[in-house]
Write a protein that binds this ligand. Structure first.
Ligand SMILES: Cc1cc2nc3c(=O)[nH]c(=O)nc-3n(C[C@H](O)[C@H](O)[C@H](O)COP(=O)(O)OP(=O)(O)OC[C@H]3O[C@@H](n4cnc5c(N)ncnc54)[C@H](O)[C@@H]3O)c2cc1C
Length: 302
């Protein structure tokens, strides 16, 4: 097994993509939790991404696409196979038309929103506080009660598991509540059509959104945002708070004293601590209200 891993890691090196071996994923998630990846690659060009995918395909190695890791709980045993992240030219944000922006999948969402605001382009203000990358935001259809990214997407550039490029037009994209039909292929970039507006007004909305978040969310702690989706017509945070669970800790993880739908890694938590809290919340909410909460954060690894 070890020899096999060495073989395909050497293949990655020959393909020029500099893999890191046994890279702790706790370094790459906002929870600061997660065991190692067998191999971790940051592709800085489209060619490097395609080369990594081809090597993985030929060696029959599973590939996990990683953005900013801000919606992920990686289990303590880590991720087998290749974890593929993006950087370099895929961080670019360009403005190809008066109401158009093209963002690389590795561009950070807050930077995208502020760059658009500075150009007088409106629409993305509600997601200025979403800390992830554009790729992750598209896959998750990142949003708030005030709006989501999905409606602004004109097309998405992808690579399939064999490294073949494609452009998925708006008509073939589907976005739902914190989900989309993207994610099976690697997202490289997206073209978004926004609304023209007055820069000062857009900047004021951005500032208000940031202020609101500071007051209501524990953004300076290690977490992944909302743990659970809101059930139809209900608020997960309210349901958890009503059960008196705010501040409840298991191991190094606790339900945020500030926002009951956030779990914080406050003292070297393991993924197993977070999962134990998830079970506790799910069981208590089900018993109290008959509602089965659905996870918003994604759990990966072994
Ligand atoms: C403090 C805080 C506040 C948050 N607030 C919000 C909020 O208001 N609204 C909201 O929607 N979310 C929120 N989140 C959650 C999170 O930021 C979003 O889900 C974000 O869009 C995830 O992006 P990411 O780059 O971190 O993706 P990751 O967490 O790395 O990955 C998420 C999923 O996307 C896939 N993926 C990532 N990049 C690619 C790619 N290039 N190609 C294909 N698949 C890819 C991954 O495989 C994974 O399945 C918050 C998180 C935190 C920590």
């Amino acid at each position: 097994m070890v020899k096999m891993i060495m073989d395909w890691i050497e293949e990655l090196e020959r393909a020029g993509v500099s893999p890191l071996r046994d890279e702790p994923l706790s370094k790459h998630t906002s929870f600061k939790i997660g065991g190692p990846a067998d191999a971790y690659v940051t592709a800085k060009t489209r060619e490097q991404a395609a080369a990594a995918l081809r090597v993985a395909r030929a060696a029959k190695i599973p590939v996990f696409f990683l953005g900013w890791g801000s919606n992920l709980l990686v289990r303590d045993g880590g991720v087998r196979g290749l974890v593929l992240a993006l950087g370099g030219e895929l961080e670019k944000i360009e403005f190809p038309g008066p109401d158009l922006v093209r963002a690389g999948a590795a561009a950070r969402v807050p930077q995208l929103v502020v760059s658009c605001a500075e150009k007088g382009l409106s629409g993305l203000e509600p997601i200025v506080g979403v800390p992830g990358c554009v790729g992750g935001a598209l896959v998750m259809n990142a949003g708030t009660r005030d709006g989501e990214i999905g409606p602004f997407v004109e097309e998405v550039e992808t690579l399939d598991s064999e490294g073949n490029a494609a452009v998925v037009p708006r008509g073939r994209l589907a976005f739902g509540y914190r989900c989309s039909n993207l994610g099976n292929s690697l997202v490289l970039s997206a073209l978004l059509r926004l609304k023209r507006g007055v820069k000062a007004d857009i900047m004021a909305v951005v500032a208000r959104q940031q202020q609101k978040r500071l007051q209501t969310q524990p953004i300076h702690t290690f977490n992944v945002g909302s743990t659970f989706k809101n059930p139809p017509g209900l608020f997960a945070a309210q349901m958890i708070e009503q059960l008196g669970l705010k501040g409840r800790a298991l191991g190094g993880a606790r339900i945020s004293p500030m926002h009951a739908n956030f779990i914080e890694n406050f003292a070297g938590a393991k993924a197993s601590d977070v999962l134990a809290l998830v079970d506790l919340i799910s069981e208590r909410v089900l018993a109290a209200s008959g509602v089965k909460l659905e996870l918003e954060m994604r759990v990966v690894g072994e």
